[in-house]
Write a protein that binds this ligand. Sequence first.
Ligand code: 4NP
Length: 157
Amino acid sequence: MKRVLFVCLGNICRSPMAQGAMEHFIETRGLKDKLTCDSAGTGSWHTGELPDRRTLATLRSKGITLNHRARTLSPRDFQQFDLILTVDRDIHRQVLREASESDRKKVRMYRDFDPAGAGDLEDPYYGTQADFEEVWRICERTTPAIADYLLGGSNVK
Ligand code: 4NP
């Protein structure tokens, strides 16, 4: 079993969107016994809350139901996950600070796997529904590349 963790700031917008996209991918490709994912935030303001209603609305419009409550990144995550993907440069720096030297190699930028180009996954929190749709589009096209990386290419169409 390969395990991937998505990390953003509040764990209510970007990383839950990435989680929803990956869970949907795992489900539709029959990868449940090969791949699992979760999400977390570096900040604790929203701990215990459901994802932002705009995240949920975007996912729902694709037929995806996400059951997740916001949580913060914990030291145990570095042991439990094979790959930890950060949504932007600030989060990346923060997560690297929290990682031991040997765990740092597990930490990569989410959009390093985006076939349309690297960079930050922009925070839509202060934006509009259209900004959440854009986050979805990036997650949708990036998810297969992450699965491909973790599963060595042989299990993914
Ligand atoms: P996220 O978005 O990191 O993609 O979940 C944010 C959610 C909440 C806040 C900032 C970003 N906040 O400042 O509360």
